[in-house]
Ligand binder design. Structure first.
Ligand code: RP5
Length: 165
């Protein structure tokens, strides 16, 4: 099974990924979830980034709020693609973390998604799209996902999971 590593700056970020954590297995993808902070546990974050290829990880997703350096620090230590999800914590509700993740310097990209639950759910789909370039079985699931959304004109996780089978 292709593997995604999801690193979150705090376990308080985890509830936003509720739909994403249902989508990955429905798309045939194994996800490894780790809590590690660029600021509170910098050594652990470094080890997760550098150890990922040896664990069979092919895409890394980093979610963090506030001064959200997690995705950028991970991207600094790996050549795996890194997707950033800005977490919408007060008082700036994700605008701060969006800028921290998106405004990376030349040479170290982070594919930054929408702040909050939109980005969290879309991180599952974007990681699947990246893996689908290599794993044809994921292509069929993603095509089916498009059909389900077309039929429902909505993204409701229960309908998506039922449609993916
Ligand atoms: C960030 O600070 C985390 O990613 C989280 O979004 C935010 C608050 O973390 P906690 O104080 O709830 O652990 O580093």
């Amino acid at each position: 099974m292709p593997k995604v590593l999801l690193v979150l700056g705090s376990n308080s970020d985890l509830p936003l990924f509720g739909d994403a954590l249902k989508l990955w297995p429905a798309l045939g993808i194994e996800v490894q979830v780790e809590i590690s902070s660029a600021h509170r546990s910098p050594q652990r974050t470094l080890e997760l980034a550098t150890g990922a290829p040896g664990q069979g990880i092919e895409v890394i997703i980093a979610g963090a709020g506030g001064a959200a350096h997690l995705a950028g620090v991970i991207a600094a230590h790996t050549i795996l693609p890194v997707i950033g999800v800005p977490i919408n914590v007060p008082p700036f509700n994700g605008f701060d973390s969006l800028l921290a993740m998106a405004q990376m310097p030349k040479g170290v990209p982070v594919a930054t998604l929408a702040a909050g639950e939109f980005g969290a759910t879309n991180s599952a789909i974007l990681s699947a799209q990246i893996l689908a370039l290599k794993y044809p079985q994921i292509q069929g699931k993603l095509t089916r996902l498009k059909e389900i959304m077309e039929q429902n004109v909505a993204f409701k996780i229960d309908a998506v999971l039922a449609g993916l089978g």
